[in-house]
Design a protein around this ligand. Structure first.
Ligand code: B4P
Length: 191
């Protein structure tokens, strides 16, 4: 099984690149952001609670997202591999993911980390906010809060996988196609 983590700050292009990668490599796309937005759209109890946190630019509690990912993995027993997008976002989530994959006798193959400057992130998310209808993109204060949360809690996840030599940095600025080509080069190297 080939299991990829696409990593990076908010707006680094994880969702954008994931769409192209799942088509090319036939991976099951697991995006905690998409799963949470679907809970919000369906107005579930989980979604209503998550929305309050997401609207402040903060991270949803670990047990909530770990539970969602665990269910999603179990629902896809025939997957050729998983593309984790926006997960794990804390060290506790990373440790939980390793245990879940261990139960399935598999593991993370590689983490590709998209590197994008803060100015570019803000520019992209402000622009997306003009049309996306996403309440966490509506103003620059919330966008900055998300980036602060990333530095506080999420960068540690890359350190976690570095100890296993699984992290490769990808320049996340340039055209979507150029970045996609760099990502594919890394994947083709190991599959
Ligand atoms: P996510 O849904 O994961 O979203 P994201 O970080 O905003 O975006 P992404 O990096 O996927 O950017 P995209 O491709 O769309 O998280 C949203 C919220 O959910 C979090 O803040 C948190 O509250 C919660 N959450 C999710 N997972 C969680 C977890 N595991 N634990 C706790 N909480 C969790 O790109 C952004 C924009 O840039 C787009 O408009 C795109 O068109 C543009 N773009 C992409 N590539 C570009 C390029 N090369 N050049 C120019 N623009 C580009």
């Amino acid at each position: 099984m080939f299991n990829l983590i696409l990593f990076g700050p908010p707006g680094s292009g994880k969702g954008t690149q994931s769409e192209k990668l799942i088509a090319k490599y036939n991976l099951k796309h697991l995006s905690t952001g998409d799963l949470l937005r679907s809970e919000i759209a369906n107005q579930t109890a989980l979604g209503l609670e998550a929305k309050k946190v997401m609207d402040k630019g903060e991270l949803v509690p670990d047990e909530v997202v770990i539970g969602m990912i665990s269910t999603a993995i179990d629902q896809n027993p025939d997957a050729k591999g998983f593309l984790f997008d926006g997960f794990p976002r804390t060290s506790a989530q990373a440790e939980a993911l390793d245990k879940l994959l261990d139960l399935k006798k598999t593991s993370i193959s590689i983490m590709l980390a998209l590197d994008v400057s803060e100015n570019e992130l803000i520019k992209r998310l402000v622009k997306r906010g003009e049309t996306s209808g996403r309440s966490d993109d509506v103003n620059e204060d919330i966008i900055r809060a998300r980036i602060t949360e990333y530095h506080k809690k999420t960068t540690a996840v890359a350190d976690y996988y570095k100890q296993f030599d699984k992290v490769v940095l990808i320049k996340g600025e340039g055209s979507v196609e150029e970045i996609f080509d760099q990502i594919c080069l890394q994947i083709d190297n190991i599959i």
